[in-house]
Design a protein around this ligand. Sequence first.
Ligand code: CMP
Length: 262
Amino acid sequence: MKNDYELEVEESDDIGTMPQLAKIQSRGRRTSVSAESMKPTDASNFKKIVIEKSEEQRTRIKESVKNSFLFKNLDNEQYEDVVNAMAEHKAAAGDKVIEQGGIGDFFYIVQTGRFEALISRNNEPAVKVAEYGPGGSFGELALMYNSPRAATIQATTDGLLWALDRQTFRRILLESAFQKRQSYDEFLKNVPILQTLEPYERTKIADVLESVTFANGDTVLRQGDVGDNFYLIEEGEAKVEVQKDGKVQQYPNLQKGSYFGG
Ligand code: CMP
């Protein structure tokens, strides 16, 4: 994903406070905002943020993130650091949590309520591009690429969010969860079945991909198995055999970019 924006911005290091909706303002100082895209924050210069929480709040966070791909590969220390840094943020129906064009300060995870992402292009009325409920998350792009907010996020009901500051996001989640977007971008662009997807939808597929390696001759799945995984071939080839009426039928090998299962 390429960031080709240039903004008038003043970077704020005021982290650990509740989200302030940053507005792009002209301050007579032109700063490129693409400089550190996709490079995780250097851990050695990092001061951990700890926002005190009750056990009850910790339980609620745990519940909100239990099925999230973001937290899947975190070790205990990383998980604790993320939970410590989260700030509780109440939203009322109609609130704009993020405004398109604003500066990225926080990443959000939904505990309760519903939110929608709206994009307006060329001053035309905003179009809804995504919806979020409990366990959903948004606001990662501006933090990953130092780009302006790509969409407005509005609460459609009252709700509760957990906000994670930019530095903790970059230091922990960028490295553990979102690097896959970068490594799989080229591959997914060339997978025929995904070509009709919007680029942003494709990146969401990268989020949930997991690499599995098989040796030559291994069986990936057997005819009649319950289908619980969808596979895309990243490298190599797969042989397909179908048993019918006691006979084995051979099909052409599946190649890189082919899919099966699911
Ligand atoms: P960010 O740009 O930081 O803030 C707005 C968020 O809306 C963005 O991150 C994504 O998390 C989310 N979003 C949802 N749908 C889209 C889309 N189609 N394009 C860009 N951002 C989207």
